[in-house]
Design a protein around this ligand. Sequence first.
Ligand SMILES: Nc1ncnc2c1ncn2[C@@H]1O[C@H](COP(=O)(O)OP(=O)(O)O)[C@@H](O)[C@H]1O
Ligand SMILES: [Mg+2]
Length: 378
Amino acid sequence: MALRVGVIGGGQLARMMVPAALELGIDIRVLAEGPAMSAGIAATAEGDYHDAGTVLAFARDVDVVTFDHEHVPQDVLRALVDAGVPVRPGPEPLAVAQDKITMRRRLSELGLPVPDWAAVHDQDELRAFLDDHGGRAVVKTARGGYDGKGVRVVSDASGADDWFTAIAEAGGGQALLVEELVPFTRELAQSVARRPSGEVVAWPLVETVQQDGVCAEVLAPAPDSAGRIADLTESIAVRIAEELGVTGVLAVELFQTADERILINELAMRPHNTGHWTIDGATTSQFEQHLRAVLDLPLGATGMHAPSAVMINVLGGPADGDLAARYPGALAAFPEAKYHFYGKAPRPGRKIGHVTVVGDDVDDVVYRARAAAAHFDD
Ligand SMILES: Nc1ncnc2c1ncn2[C@@H]1O[C@H](COP(=O)(O)OP(=O)(O)O)[C@@H](O)[C@H]1O
Ligand SMILES: [Mg+2]
């Protein structure tokens, strides 16, 4: 009988697990939030992942449950575990990924390098942090942020009043995360995968470029990172995976500073945008690896097909919304580029697809990947 994986969440990450599942002969099922989700092609159920009954019913027919996002509430995760369903990653590691304050606290406890941070409940606490950090800092909502939503640079204690009001109204004594504004020279990401039985593998370290808080470009491997930096980031990611008991893919977002320090930004416990290049650029993609890992199957090789791989996100898409009209020109201009679209309608700022080019020379690969992706801009 085929191995059966159930994925909660019907976004593009679930969608990109589908080809890998087909190739391996894995029966993949998706609990989608509604119709017309990215992973609708594999959706066997539609429903609200906040509802334990819905999720338990979905999980009845699979061997393991995994995720397209980290937002499934802890009580629902616990209900799955209590019902004997293997949940990977499990509720404990996921609790760390679900809340940026918990994340900072756990990483600090482990002695891992993070920016200076504090949990703040009101203007006075934020003012105290600003006073200690040169008058500028980054404030983040602890939960629910993505693509830079929920991240704000503030230089005045009143700069997060709307968020303080929102958490006060929500009740439950929530806080905001405030952290030093890191003067990074670049951002990096290190992905690893870990099986329940302990095997861990790492992909090459990548450099990531964010625009307005959204990932725009990824260069694999990160230029000028062989040796100390790559060894350090791999050891950090492996240590996090092992200490937190992560199963599946773990992506660690990092800052590199002018004085060559590495600081951890945040963690994702699932395939991640910074690993999309692995579909076309590595022996084993992050999506295949995630399926292998959550099923506790031996992990695949993570080496690259060529010295360089560059992934460019298609953000927004054509203003006229007509994606299909751009295909002939793009595909003809760059036959070597690999185009991926997520079945999402163009909308300003939205991640609707990505383009990867693989080759020998990083400058040439960057140029071709950018030019290929630009065919889908307005
Ligand atoms: N402490 C910081 N100092 C400087 N820049 C930051 C800091 N935290 C976040 N950023 C910038 O904001 C981006 C988004 O922040 P992040 O915490 O990763 O939020 P998200 O969950 O939206 O990805 C980062 O990739 C980085 O460019
Ligand atoms: Mg981030």
